[in-house]
Design a protein around this ligand. Structure first.
Ligand code: ACO
Length: 318
C-alpha cells in the first residue's frame, strides 16, 4: 500500500506589512477592537506587480529544498487559490513555467479558505493510486487585490502569502484521511460577486456577513473534527497538534476547546499573517516545522472553513 507523506514544507510572505495602526488610518477601527475580535496585529501585502504565482514560486522552492528534490522530480503541481494571476492559464501552469519544468499535470483548485485541504486530498488520491510519486501542493493568495479597504467589516482580516508542501509516496502514512464538504446555498454570506459570465456585476471586492459566517464556521468545524476522529477511531488526546485555517483567533480557540487541546498545541499565525485563505494552513505548518515544534512522527489535524461554503479536514502523520 502506497501512502502520501509530507517530505518538505515551505512558506513565503511578501515584504510589506500592513499593521492595525495603518488600518486605523483607512477605516473607522482601532487596534484594540481588531486584536480583541480577531487576534490579528499585522498582515503582509504583496507589492504592486507581485502576483500569486510569484509568492507561490518562493514557497515552492523552499518546500522542494526541504524535501531534497528538484522541480524536475515533480509528477503534479496543484495550486489552491482564490486570487489567480489571471483568468487563464491557471496559476499552477504559471508556477510550473516559473519553476522551469514542463510536462507534468498542473491545475488550480478553487475552494477559497478550504482550498489547501481540498488540494491535499486530491494529491493524496493520485499518490495512493500510484500515478504520482511527488506532488507539489501550494496554497497562495493575494487577497489584498480583492479587499475593499473602506469596509471595516472584513478588510481588517485579509493578508497575502503562500505556503507549500511536497507530498511524496511512502510505505507509511502520511496523510491518514481527508474529509471534504461543501454547501453552495449560502453564497450571499461570503462572496466576490464579479466574474466572467456574470457580466452584470462590476463589484469585485470581498463582501462578508461576518457574524453569520463566524457562527457557521464554529459549528461546522466542530462537526468536521468529530467526523475525522470518529472515522479513524482515535481519541482527542492522541493528537499532537492542531494546525487550523487562520481565520480568527476566537474560531481557533473554539476548535481547540472542542478538542480539549491546550493552546500550546495549536499553531497560531493569525496574529502576524492575518487570514491568507488557502495559504494559511501550509504557512502555519511551515512555521511550526521550521521552528522545531512539529517533528517527524507527530499526529496533526488540519481543518478549514471558507467561501462556498466549503470545509474540510486532514489527519496527517508527519
Ligand atoms: N472596527 C470596529 N468596529 C467594528 C469593526 C471594526 N473593524 N467591524 C465591525 N465593527 C462593529 C460592527 O459595526 C458592530 O457594531 P454594532 O454592534 O454597533 O452594530 C460590532 O463591531 C460587532 O460586529 P460583528 O460583525 O458582530 O463583529 P464580530 O465579533 O462578529 O467580528 C469578524 C467580525 C471579525 C468579521 C468576525 O465575524 C469573523 O471573523 N467572521 C468570520 C470570518 C471567517 O471565518 N470567514 C470564513 C473564512 S474566510 C474565506 O473563506 C475567504
Amino acid at each position: 500500500m502506497t501512502h502520501a507523506r509530507v517530505s518538505g514544507t515551505g512558506g513565503y510572505l511578501p515584504e510589506a506589512i500592513l499593521t492595525n495602526a495603518d488600518l486605523e488610518r483607512l477605516v473607522d477601527t482601532t487596534d484594540e477592537w481588531i486584536v480583541e475580535r480577531t487576534g490579528i496585529r499585522m498582515r503582509h501585502v504583496a507589492a504592486p506587480g507581485e502576483t500569486t504565482s510569484d509568492l507561490a514560486l518562493q514557497a515552492s522552492l523552499r518546500a522542494l529544498d526541504a524535501a531534497g528534490l528538484h522541480a524536475h522530480d515533480l509528477d503534479m503541481i496543484l495550486v489552491a487559490t482564490t486570487t489567480p494571476d489571471q483568468i487563464f492559464p491557471s496559476t499552477a501552469c504559471l508556477l510550473q513555467a516559473k519553476l522551469g519544468v514542463g510536462g507534468c499535470p498542473a491545475f488550480d483548485i478553487q475552494a477559497v479558505c478550504s482550498g489547501f485541504v481540498y488540494a491535499v486530498a486530491t494529491a493524496d488520491q493520485f499518490i495512493r493510486g500510484g500515478q504520482c510519486r511527488h506532488v507539489l501542493v501550494v496554497g497562495a493568495e493575494t487577497l489584498s487585490r480583492i479587499t475593499d479597504y473602506s469596509d471595516r467589516g472584513n478588510s481588517i482580516l485579509w493578508g497575502d502569502g503562500a505556503g507549500a508542501v511536497v507530498l511524496s509516496a511512502a510505505k507509511e502514512p502520511g496523510v491518514i484521511s481527508t474529509h471534504l464538504h461543501a454547501d453552495g446555498a449560502h453564497r450571499s454570506l461570503l462572496e466576490v460577486p464579479a466574474g466572467v459570465s456574470r457580466t452584470d456585476v462590476t463589484d469585485d471586492k470581498i463582501r462578508m456577513e461576518g457574524r453569520a459566517v463566524f457562527k457557521m464556521a464554529v459549528n461546522t468545524l466542530d462537526q468536521i473534527v468529530d467526523e475525522t476522529l470518529a472515522h479513524n477511531g482515535i481519541a482527542k488526546s492522541e493528537l499532537d497538534w492542531l494546525v487550523p485555517h487562520q481565520a480568527n483567533i476566537r474560531i481557533i480557540q473554539a476548535t481547540a476547546k472542542k478538542l480539549a487541546m491546550s493552546m500550546d498545541q495549536v499553531v497560531v499565525t493569525v496574529d502576524t499573517h492575518g487570514n491568507t485563505s488557502a495559504a494559511s494552513i501550509p504557512l502555519a505548518l511551515d512555521v511550526a516545522v521550521r521552528d522545531g515544534r512539529i517533528r517527524a512522527g507527530d499526529l496533526i489535524l488540519t481543518e478549514a472553513f471558507g467561501g462556498g461554503f466549503t470545509w474540510g479536514a486532514a489527519l496527517i502523520r508527519m
